[in-house]
Design a protein around this ligand. Structure first.
Ligand SMILES: NC(=O)C1=CN([C@@H]2O[C@H](COP(=O)(O)OP(=O)(O)OC[C@H]3O[C@@H](n4cnc5c(N)ncnc54)[C@H](O)[C@@H]3O)[C@@H](O)[C@H]2O)[C@@H](O)CC1
Ligand SMILES: Nc1ncnc2c1ncn2[C@@H]1O[C@H](COP(=O)(O)OP(=O)(O)O)[C@@H](O)[C@H]1O
Ligand SMILES: [K+]
Length: 496
């Protein structure tokens, strides 16, 4: 069953406020730590029944406190353990000091840990509180553990991952699995953190949902439950114009493939009709490759103006293989001024690199009608300051860009983030690495266009399209081409 907290992404700051609030409402904070440590021990025993020894590495804060609880629980279960501390455990405070006090056994200095084959490492050095690059002693330990290729179970986050951004602070453990508490943090879903965390187990340590909800921001993992209600419903009264008419701009004679991929994807993703708008010099090439997609000549702004007299044409995709920067800008202006919805991708984005503000201005005063689908390189062309700000997480970067452009923003990659101007953000996690193939982004643009033209709001259209693109990539399997992603779209079982 879907539970709201399974999709929430909370920053370490959110989590700090939640802890504080939970304590203020009478919940024992040591009780939370006790349950956290017990969950870690249970995961360790379940995952590593053949461990010769659990090396529990404990840090100077509450993450270390969880480690001492886990060490005690493992000891009580009869497992062999060895506990190593970074810093003097006598200086621990609060709950962590209590957890240390309850552990009866020797604690050695971290620098003395010599990893040996058969060890399973429980990494309780740093979690949400990591605030700067790791100290040298810890880096040496991580290197020694990695050298011996020992399995690591991380508590909350692998040490070295910044929980807010997913970036590595100097060096990080690579965990087989990570046990975290209540909700995922950005560090579990954004790269490279996601790769280094392994399987993420989310354990409920008993913080009430109402306390979580009070401090939860607008970030979620992209799942169908979040947009399923906005999906178009098929009834027997459906006809092709109800399902919308999507138009895709083709590039010139030598660059037509990308737009055809978008167009075909649009049709498979449910647009009732799709028309490819093609320069005359590319008509013959396009015609030779198209059957169900319709074809119309279009060479100039005047041609476009005539076309736009048909009010049923509400949704456009511009960018894949388009080529002409001036034309792109002029066409986009026309589309904006006549109230059309637009997916702007690839060359369509690059066309505004010298004056991104002019693009944002065109779509500023309305509901969200623009979807921007940049990869990192294209993003930097429209939002150079945000791209350069290394202090921002990918989620924050996308949120700021969406607000500035009044667009639904799809910041692509293996950890695609979809953001809305009102601050909502979804991180996608169902994409297979095989999606990194030429034309894959063109397919995505077509799916988004199809969802828009069927009446979904921009943010939901984009989020559901990214998810379907991911599912289609999985279904198509290893070695897929962009054509395979398109074909897999129609074979997908009902969403979610
Ligand atoms: N509700 C929750 O969120 C709960 C959190 N718990 C645990 O508490 C952890 C967070 O605890 P803390 O906020 O104490 O944070 P951490 O234990 O992650 O680390 C904080 C300590 O490390 C120091 N520090 C930070 N970066 C350092 C660096 N680069 N070099 C040297 N020292 C550094 C800080 O000064 C502080 O003493 C979570 O990750 C989780 O494991 C659990 O106890 C259960 C409840
Ligand atoms: N390593 C990866 N894992 C999963 N998805 C990826 C990966 N790399 C790229 N993608 C996805 O593949 C698509 C590539 O789009 P894009 O960069 O525009 O490429 P192209 O222009 O070749 O179509 C995007 O949807 C992106 O999110
Ligand atoms: K940790």
């Amino acid at each position: 069953m879907h539970r709201e907290i399974d999709t929430l992404i909370l920053t370490p700051d959110d989590m700090g406020r939640i802890d504080h609030d939970a304590a203020a409402s009478g919940l024992s904070s040591y009780g939370l730590m006790e349950r956290a440590g017990q969950a870690v021990a249970a995961a360790a025993l379940r995952r590593f029944p053949g461990a010769l020894r659990f090396a529990v590495l404990c840090g100077p804060g509450n993450n270390g406190g969880d480690g001492y609880v886990a060490a005690r629980a493992l000891q009580e279960a009869g497992a062999a353990i060895a506990v190593y501390a970074f810093g003097d455990p006598a200086t621990l405070k609060g709950d962590a000091a209590e957890a240390f006090g309850c552990f009866k056994g020797p604690v050695f200095a971290l620098a003395d840990y010599a990893p040996r084959v058969g060890d399973v490492v429980i990494d309780a050095l740093f979690g949400a509180g990591l605030s700067r690059d790791l100290p040298e002693t810890v880096i040496r330990t991580i290197n020694a553990v990695r050298e011996k290729v020992l399995p690591v179970l991380a508590v909350d986050l692998p040490s070295g991952i910044d929980g807010r951004t997913g970036q590595v602070r100097g060096r990080a453990f690579e965990a087989v699995a990570t046990v975290t508490f209540m909700c995922r943090k950005p560090g579990h879903v954004l790269l490279p953190g996601r790769m280094l965390a392994g399987d993420v187990e989310i354990f409920d340590i008993g913080i009430p949902g109402r306390v979580l909800a009070r401090h939860a921001g607008h970030s979620r993992v992209n799942t169908p439950a979040l947009w399923r209600v906005a999906l178009p419903t098929e009834t027997s009264a459906t006809h092709k114009y109800v399902r919308g008419h999507l138009a895709v701009f083709s590039g010139g004679a030598t660059a037509t493939g990308a737009a055809r991929l978008s167009a075909l994807a649009g049709l498979r993703a449910g647009a009732g009709l799709v028309t490819l708008l093609s320069p005359r010099d590319a008509l013959a090439t396009n015609a030779a490759h198209l059957t169900s997609v319709m074809l119309k000549p279009l060479d100039s702004e005047d041609d476009l103006a005539a076309l736009l007299e048909d009010a049923r044409l509400k949704t456009f995709v511009l960018g894949p293989g388009f080529g002409h920067m001036d034309k792109a800008r002029h066409y986009v202006r026309r589309l904006a001024e006549t109230g059309r919805q637009l997916v702007l991708d690839a060359d369509g984005i690059t066309a505004f690199r010298d004056d991104p503000g002019s693009l944002f201005q065109l779509f500023a005063a309305s509901d969200t009608r623009l979807v921007l689908t940049p990869h990192d390189g294209e993003f930097a062309r429209l939002f150079p300051d945000l791209a350069a700000d290394k202090g921002l997480s990918k989620i924050e970067r996308a949120q700021k860009a969406a607000a500035r452009s009044n667009a639904a923003l799809v910041l692509k990659g293996a950890d695609t983030v979809i953001a809305a101007p009102d601050g909502r953000a979804l991180v996608n996690d169902n994409a297979s690495p095989w999606l990194a193939t030429a034309g894959s982004g063109d397919v995505l643009a077509g799916i988004i266009g199809a969802h828009l033209t069927q009446g979904m709001p921009a943010f939901e259209a984009a989020a559901s399209a990214v998810w379907r693109h991911g599912e289609a990539g999985r279904a198509a399997g290893e070695g897929l081409t962009a054509e395979d992603i398109v074909n897999a779209l129609s074979g997908l079982s009902e969403i979610g």
